[in-house]
Design a protein around this ligand. Structure first.
Ligand SMILES: C[S@@+](CC[C@H](N)C(=O)[O-])C[C@H]1O[C@@H](n2cnc3c(N)ncnc32)[C@H](O)[C@@H]1O
Length: 224
């Protein structure tokens, strides 16, 4: 019977036929292991046919993005942020934020992603780390009974900006970690921390994306 990792490998190869998944420990976060794209994947100029597949189905979930990695490191150093809390990781990708929150002591964690392959690899990665999570494919299906929303490297595309307005209503507090944006055009979000991290494995990410900014918004729910 195919395991979740076998199924994820097949999904990855529908986008990148020569790619593989390997189970790795994360740099400076060795307590978390993830199945990610092989670090020696040859990125060179991709044939046009493969490029079309990447555009149609980018498999972002095969990487641990720099902001997710920085957020996970920060949670491991500041477990009180999630301890005993109900947390949702929106745009979970490989599952890094959700898994880090659960391992740091969150009581209940939902991993949310609108890519079904991301939810599949997140399940596989959660099992690898002994983390029990729940799953959601659509932010609109979530009810506002969380203490904390996490969102890492989801604002790479301006069309995702409206998500911020949706997610900040779900919980007393929202933490956005992002290396693609310098500011958030919403006075509710305040910059409170910066860290450095690159996407792992690093298949040639530009250095300009190594600075991860952490923004926090507190909703009126926080006062309750
Ligand atoms: C660049 S990846 C980052 C993944 C992970 N947070 C990390 O740091 O490694 C962005 C993820 O957001 C997901 N995403 C984008 N728009 C979304 C939406 N509207 N709802 C849920 N997930 C979304 C994508 O499918 C992708 O898995």
């Amino acid at each position: 019977m195919d395991t979740k990792i076998d199924k994820s490998k097949a999904a990855l190869r529908r986008t990148l036929p020569d790619a593989d998944l390997e189970i790795v420990q994360l740099p400076s976060l060795e307590q978390i292991r993830l199945a990610l794209i092989n670090a020696d994947y040859q990125t060179g100029p991709l044939p046009a046919e493969v490029m079309y597949r990447v555009i149609a189905n980018p498999a972002y979930w095969a990487f641990c993005w720099g902001s997710g990695l920085a957020l996970a490191r920060w949670l491991s150093q500041n477990p009180e942020v999630v301890k005993g809390k109900r947390v949702v990781d929106v745009g979970c990708g490989c599952g890094i934020g959700a898994i880090a929150a659960k391992l740091a002591g969150a009581a209940y964690v939902v991993a949310c992603d609108n890519d079904e392959d991301a939810l599949l690899i997140t399940q596989a990665n959660a099992e690898l780390n002994g983390a029990t999570l729940d799953y959601a494919a659509d932010v609109a299906d979530l009810t506002a009974d969380f203490d904390l929303v996490l969102m890492a490297d989801v604002l790479y595309d301006k069309s995702n900006y409206p998500l911020l307005q949706l997610v900040k209503k779900l919980a007393a507090q929202t933490i956005v970690a992002d290396s693609r944006i310098g500011t958030i055009d919403d006075a509710d979000f305040q910059l409170f921390h910066t860290a450095q991290a690159l996407t792992y494995p690093n298949l040639g990410e530009f250095d300009e994306f190594k600075d991860v900014r952490f923004f926090r918004a507190c909703s009126p729910l926080a006062a309750g």
